[in-house]
Design a binder for this molecule. Structure first.
Ligand code: ADP
Length: 591
């Protein structure tokens, strides 16, 4: 990303605050003139006192002069204080507003992205978070530095330089000549540091991602006693990061020293030059001070120049990450515009699907699922069953082939509308931090307490909720797995979709919990189009149609008895499931 690009991209975020920006700029302009007053007053004082001493006058004769100088200096400080306050405050306000907008924009933006964005390896949650945080903080720092710190200094510098030229062309020229040298050094510094910064960003991303995955895997780490191993892995990262940081610092300090030297060199030349003019009688003695103070004003922002280079470079690298995320048009979820009435007949024609990492999860899948019927997807793990549901919900688009819902191509249907008609129950349903009522209410924003309770009753969880002292205000995350599943089903009753996808809804539950949620599952399945993935024999046998998948393909389709008699894949899977139950022994016990 180039600087012009950076400014072009940042402009839309600054645009809404144009009045604030103009106020800041106006104050900066006033401030830059006020900043030169000291130089003028010093020259005026030295020259006048000098004249008084040469005329052998006493303090009494200089009293008017002192009063005048004091009044001007105090008056200037007063103005300067007000201007600085306004300038800093408006600048800060600008920074805070822009930071808020950047953060809000990216959240709204990534919410609109398709599923593949979230599952891409470079967008693992820790990495994404770091990239967003760094992008926002360095962009806002850039805005702040620019408007609060750097711009006033540069304005001072330009005004001071103009005064220097106005007072003496040659002295002005010396002041001006220093600038390109500084720019050159700062640019060199920035270029040398760029590589280190980029590396640092990767280290930081890996580091925060590393800690997140450490916490996620802590049970396994501890049970295998791999703490030293994990610590060592982390140490390597820390050490490389430290080394990189040290090199960055070392380089910065070298450049800082060089710049300090060049600046002092400028001061020396100004002293020599002005002294020469004074001795020649072309300048008053006060003018030496005048020029030194002005030159200080000229070089002050230049001392900060590497900082702005640093900030801009940080921003160039980090903002790239931010804008890349905000602007990935290709990630925006595709939506059609049709909103047909939906019965729930799905038809797949020659559907192939590859995940972003290249895994082909579906191969030439063609099949139909009838409305108001229960279709069970059966197959070994990895066969492509969940993928199929992901495609029907438009979380992903087929790589080739078509999917139709009631005769309309799925890609032409409004995605939001489609999803409002589909309910999804997963192996582990997400329970948000919050109360039971809030979690059920997520199914229909603005649902009344009565509606929430009705839904809970339909999902057979109401009685249990009422047993806990806080009732519907209990924290939902405290509930057991089976109870959480029923909360998720209650949520679906509120949503009341025509189509239900159940992806191993009982897989994580023990037998008793499975038995308990069976009633809620039966209730939610009633009068809807249901597609169920399950390893539970009872749920499979009940289905109106069974689709057997193997390695991304549909290999068999039909009713339980027919499929079993075929002695194919279904027969094998079913027999394995039945054997694992040890039915003979169970039967004996039950008898
Ligand atoms: P099933 O639900 O039948 O167990 P899946 O549909 O989950 O099978 O997976 C089918 C194939 O797709 C598997 O090989 C799996 O590894 C792969 N797969 C699933 N999800 C992803 C993903 N997000 N990225 C890449 N590959 C995936």
């Amino acid at each position: 990303m180039t600087i012009t690009e950076l400014f072009r991209q940042t402009r839309p975020y600054v645009r809404p605050y144009r009045p604030l920006l103009l106020a800041t700029l106006a104050l900066t302009a006033v401030g830059s003139f006020a900043a030169q007053v000291n130089a003028w007053i010093l020259r005026y004082t030295v020259d006048n006192i000098n004249a008084l001493t040469e005329a052998h006058k006493t303090l009494k004769d200089g009293i008017d002069l002192l009063v005048f100088i004091s009044l001007v200096l105090i008056g200037k400080e007063l103005v300067y204080a007000i201007v600085q306050f306004g300038q800093k405050f408006y600048g800060e306000k600008l920074r805070i507003y822009i930071s808020r907008d950047l953060a809000q924009t990216i959240v709204e933006r990534i919410l609109s992205y398709r599923m593949a964005f979230y599952t891409a390896p470079e967008n693992e949650s820790g990495k994404l978070q770091t990239r967003i945080d760094l992008g926002i903080s360095s962009l806002t720092r850039l805005v702040q530095n620019f408007f609060v710190d750097i711009m006033p200094l540069f304005a001072n510098s330009i005004v001071a330089l103009a005064f220097m030229f106005n007072a003496n062309f040659y002295v002005g020229l010396v002041g001006l000549a220093i600038l390109p040298i500084y720019f050159y050094i700062s640019q060199l510094q920035a270029r040398k540091l760029g590589g280190f910064r980029r590396k640092m960003r990767t280290y930081r991303e890996n580091k925060s991602n590393g800690i997140i995955s450490l916490i996620d895997s802590i049970t396994v780490i501890k049970s295998f006693v791999r703490e030293p191993f994990e610590a060592e892995k982390h140490k390597d990262l820390q050490f490389s990061m430290t080394q990189n940081l040290m090199q960055t610092r070392q380089l910065s300090f070298v450049f800082d020293s060089v710049k300090g030297f060049v600046e002092q060199f400028g001061v020396v030349i100004i002293i020599i030059l002005t002294s020469y003019f004074v001795l020649n009688g072309n300048m008053t003695i006060g003018t030496i001070m005048f020029h030194i103070l002005l030159f200080n004003n000229v070089s002050a922002p230049i001392r900060q120049l590497h900082r702005i280079y640093d900030e801009v470079n940080d921003a160039l690298i980090n903002a790239e990450g931010y804008f890349e995320i905000v602007q990935s048009e290709s990630e925006v979820e595709q939506s059609g515009s049709l909103r047909p009435t939906i019965d729930g007949q799905f038809e797949l024609r020659n559907v192939n699907f590859h995940y972003p990492n290249g895994t082909q999860a579906l191969k030439e899948v063609s099949m139909k699922m009838e409305p108001n019927k229960i279709t069970a997807l059966v197959g070994l793990s990895g066969a492509g069953k969940s993928t199929l549901i992901n495609l029907l919900d438009k979380f992903y688009e087929p790589s080739s082939g078509e999917i139709y819902l009631d005769g309309t191509n799925l890609s032409a249907i409004d995605t939001e509308y489609l999803r409002s008609k589909i309910g999804l129950v997963l192996q582990k349903n997400h329970i948000f931090k919050g109360t039971i009522a809030e979690n059920i209410g997520y199914g229909k924003l603005g649902a009344t307490q009565a509606e929430i309770e009705t839904a809970a009753k339909q999902a057979y969880i109401h009685d249990q909720i009422m047993l806990s002292p806080k009732g519907y205000e209990t924290s939902a995350q405290q509930l057991s797995g089976g109870q959480q599943q029923r909360i998720a089903i209650a949520r679906l009753f509120l949503k009341d979709p025509a189509i239900i996808f159940l992806d191993e809804p009982t897989a994580n539950l023990d037998a008793i919990a499975t038995e308990q949620i069976r009633k809620s599952l039966d209730a939610i399945k009633k009068d809807r189009t249901v597609i169920i993935i399950s390893h539970s024999i009872s749920q499979i046998i009940d289905a109106d149609n069974i689709v057997v998948m193997d390695n991304g393909r549909v290999v068999e389709e039909g009713l339980h008895d027919e499929l079993y008699d075929k002695q194919g894949t279904y027969h094998d899977i079913f027999s394995a499931m039945a054997n694992s139950l040890n039915i003979e022994k169970i039967a004996r016990t039950m008898n």
